[in-house]
Design a protein around this ligand. Structure first.
Ligand code: AMP
Length: 211
């Protein structure tokens, strides 16, 4: 029997950064639905175009499309995963139970952050698509401006990281997250972390809960 981790948190809560750090440390693989969806957009398929239209406005992609992408990109029989960005609503939590957890165990971690702090984090976020590294112009700038420390590729600002879109995404997150938290709390699998602190502080807290 394996175990998995579910990372819950608003955009900009830092869960993706923490998932990158933790995955290296504990040998789990990180799977980010946002990344999977952006890869599909890059392929310029009909599905990719549909996903692009929805996600650039800050909306949520159809639950079954997301589930299908996860299943095609994971090896659930053999590996433990950190799920970053899935489940995002109660329906996805139930799909997760039915199609992903199976005989495995899991823990859900909620990265709780103040709204204004999160907006500042996101508008200053820059990402490296190929290496998957995540930077922040204020708290974690790259060594060379505009370039990834690891791969040297150009850093980009995601279209859905512009402030107006971020506010839509935050509202959507707030509308959907409470039933998800209640669901995991009820089965005693939920831990909450104060994600207003620095990356190192949050990581220490995370390790103390898990390792
Ligand atoms: P993220 O990188 O997690 O902030 O996700 C970026 C965008 O991808 C979101 O704003 C949604 O449009 C879409 N997305 C990511 N994960 C999901 C999901 N679990 N369900 C539906 N849409 C998702």
């Amino acid at each position: 029997m394996k175990s998995h981790l579910i990372f819950l948190g608003s955009p900009g809560s830092g869960k993706g950064t923490q998932a990158n750090l933790l995955a290296k440390k504990i040998g789990f693989e990180k799977i980010s639905t946002g990344v999977l969806l952006r890869e599909e957009i890059e392929k310029k398929t009909d599905l990719g175009k549909e996903i692009k239209y929805i996600s650039e406005k800050g909306g949520l992609v159809d639950d079954h499309i997301v589930l299908k992408l996860i299943k095609s990109q994971t090896n659930l029989e053999n590996k433990s995963y950190i799920f970053d960005g899935f489940p995002r609503n109660l329906r996805q939590s139930k799909l997760f139970d039915k199609h992903i957890i199976l005989k495995d165990t899991f823990k859900a971690i909620y990265f709780k952050v103040d709204s204004e702090k999160m907006i500042q984090r996101i508008v200053n976020r820059r990402v490296a698509d190929e290496s998957g590294e995540i930077y922040n112009l204020i708290s974690k700038p790259p060594l060379v401006p505009g370039k990834c420390d690891i791969s040297g590729e150009n850093l980009i600002q995601r279209k859905d990281d512009y402030e107006e879109i971020v506010r839509n995404r935050l509202q959507l997150f707030k509308d959907l997250i409470d039933p998800v938290l209640a669901y995991y709390d009820k089965c005693d699998q939920l831990q909450t972390i104060d994600a207003n602190r620095t990356v190192d502080e949050i990581f220490s807290n995370l390790k103390s809960l898990l390792i």
